[in-house]
Design a binder for this molecule. Structure first.
Ligand SMILES: [Fe+2]
Length: 210
């Protein structure tokens, strides 16, 4: 898989372009900002947009969807629990609920439901890559003090992610760390939120300020 990690906007967001090969179909994950930058990258790689995938509905991950889909029409996949957070309606919306696999032709996108930051937060697996949005950062996890957040759900989601294949490459939703991506084995061993979750629910809630 080819992964293009693009830092966009003023909040350190990452948007991603993922494809099996140059000149082929691709997905865009979390287009929150800078559509011209995304379109330029698509053009450079000769990529055609097969779908847009959202890790969750917050505006900094999704507000550029209408502009992107106007330039390159494609289906939009998101968990319906976050539908109320989206400030637009997509022409070809493909809402799902919970764990879900989308067959995109060139690849399967596996959505792993990881609520906590929002009710509809997902991590998206494409090949050996796991796009973790605002659920799991390399050195932290997403906030759970926002409307729709659930700290106990985040606790369970982090344990679920930490139990996944250590060889998966973790690609977070924000540039909050020195490294841009890391294997799950490294994240699971060192991430303070995962470490607290492994000590138990009480330790995790305490660390998160609850
Ligand atoms: Fe978020």
């Amino acid at each position: 898989m080819i992964v293009r990690q693009l830092q966009v906007g003023g909040m350190g967001n990452y948007s991603y372009i993922v494809a099996a090969e140059k000149g082929g179909p691709c997905v865009v994950i979390d287009p929150g900002w800078d559509v011209p930058v995304l379109l330029e990258e698509l053009k450079k790689g000769g990529f055609t947009l097969a779908a847009v995938l959202l890790t969750h509905g917050h505006y900094d991950h999704s507000q550029a969807v209408p502009e992107l889909l106007q330039a390159a029409p494609a289906p939009l996949y998101y968990d319906r629990n976050d539908a109320g957070l989206l400030g637009f309606e997509a022409v070809d919306a493909r809402p799902f609920e919970g764990d879900f696999t989308a067959d995109l032709g060139f690849a399967s996108a596996r959505f792993i439901h990881t609520p906590g930051h929002t009710a509809g937060s997902c991590c998206i697996q494409l090949g050996n890559n796991l796009f973790t949005g605002d659920t799991l950062f390399l050195d932290a996890c997403g906030r759970t003090d926002l409307p729709g957040s659930d700290t106990k759900a985040m606790y369970r989601s982090l344990l679920r992610l930490a139990a996944m294949d250590g060889g998966l490459e973790v690609w977070p939703g924000h540039a909050y760390s020195e490294q841009a991506h890391l294997p799950m084995a490294d994240v699971a061993a060192n991430n303070p939120c995962i470490k607290a979750a492994r000590r138990g629910e009480d330790d995790f809630l305490f660390m998160m300020g609850f």
